[in-house]
Write a protein that binds this ligand. Sequence first.
Ligand SMILES: Nc1ncnc2c1ncn2[C@@H]1O[C@H](COP(=O)(O)OP(=O)(O)OP(=O)(O)O)[C@@H](O)[C@H]1O
Ligand SMILES: O=P(O)(O)OC[C@H]1O[C@](O)(CO)[C@@H](O)[C@@H]1O
Ligand SMILES: [Mg+2]
Length: 499
Amino acid sequence: MAVSIGQPLESTIETNGTAYSFDEDPPDMPGLKKSNERFRLPHITDLFPDIVPKYSTFSTKSSCLIRGNVQGPLRAKELGKMFVDDRDRVLLKVIRYAHASSSGAECLNDDCTFEHWWLSRAGPRSHIYFEPTEVNAAIVTCGGLCPGLNDVIRQIALTLTTYGVTDVKGIAYGYKGFIDEKIRDIDLTPQSVATIHLMGGSILGSSRGNSKTSEIVDNIEKRGTNMLFVIGGNGSHAGAMAIHQECFKRKLKVAVVGVPKTIDNDILLMDKTFGFDTAVEEAQRAIKAAYIEAASAYHGVGVVKLMGRQSGFIAMYASLASGQVDCCLIPEVHFSLDGPNGVYEHMKTVINRKGHCLVVIAEGAGQDLVAGEGGTDASGNPILADIGQWFVKQAKKHFKEVGFPAEFKYIDPTYMIRATPANASDGILCSVLGQNAVHAAFGGYTGVTVGLVNTHYCLLPIPEVIREARNVDPDSRMWHRCLTSTGQPDFSPPHVESN
Ligand SMILES: Nc1ncnc2c1ncn2[C@@H]1O[C@H](COP(=O)(O)OP(=O)(O)OP(=O)(O)O)[C@@H](O)[C@H]1O
Ligand SMILES: O=P(O)(O)OC[C@H]1O[C@](O)(CO)[C@@H](O)[C@@H]1O
Ligand SMILES: [Mg+2]
């Protein structure tokens, strides 16, 4: 039997995306059944089916906490549209490609049959699975820094307070803070977090490596933590998932919720992650400086290195935003330096035409050309060779050898960019993600993360967003737009047919 959406709040409590009981998809929601399987969100009731949730203590209509059962069915009409229904869904994809050859098309067949994938909507639920006074919450930031970390920490702490939680701890220096007894927790109160978003970095500190799941969960158990918020990238999310699974294995009632942090924007399925916009904006200062230096020198060449270990989103968007960039090199697109279609030839053409040239290079670009440093960091991420310095050295050598005068100015603003506070648009993204992480935990969800998908905030199962790193698709409209802006040719080395 198909169940229609939009039942009033008084209806029976529905949770966990399984609320639709049907033999076939509702007529207006093709693909719902398979979406509910693929994007099923783990829920506390999977482990404790007998938990009876209570009416939410969260309200935007009351300036004081709503306690006990005051907010019963009688108040449902009054509270009106304040809550998100567990059955609300957001479409993952919205373009219906006519053919697989359409730019950016990802299709299962030549006709590009449209697939409906429905995601769960994030937001406050009418019923909660934790008694706020019994919540012992912990927040941890792991991996590299990113603009907006403090905004997320702040908003999680403030939203928890809104529900009536009084025990919120910051775990210092990433997962290490759970394991190393010498590392002290940081008390997070509305007062202590009030202005932290005005600063870059993370007031909790961060780290890589050192994350033995069983030891972390031992510590979670010892402290009695029952809500854990992990702000981090794909590695941190893999860690969060492992913690969630270990908690389930030990039958611990702990909600583990992630907030994706990646300046590189390399998390799957999401429109963008926080810190990315700020990075693109902050990169403009370096690009502009490099442009001015290059344009003020005879045959000046400005080179700017930007972050992007495996994904060139920052370099691509920053180049597009600048409009001054003549050559953008990213990890996803191989390039050759020499030859008629190589980077050097393009640079010479641009210099001959304009008198100067501007190159943006992502840190992960051209790693096949430069001899790598080899090895991995504490978390197992590859340690990259410095492509920026290498490129400038090689290019200088080349131009000297061919007798083409050129003056190079190199800027590496990577850590300056990473340490800046979030801009306004990231500030909003961080705040909404932080709030939604808390709503997810109170709604009983665990092993989930929050993200912006097609401009709507969604809850996603962690494994779906960290299956692999999200990359720039060289066939995408955005990369083609970047190429249209830089005017660079296809630098790919010529394809050699093998016998
Ligand atoms: N597969 C995994 N399982 C459990 N923990 C992991 C896993 N991968 C990484 N971690 C842990 O997650 C933390 C952060 O990982 P990592 O340093 O890779 O940063 P990240 O979250 O991916 O962010 P960034 O985008 O800055 O790399 C580390 O403490 C690391 O040990
Ligand atoms: O210097 P760290 O902390 O190893 O981080 C560098 C890496 O972190 C990132 O900023 C991702 O967080 C990558 O762009 C970069 O390769
Ligand atoms: Mg990572």
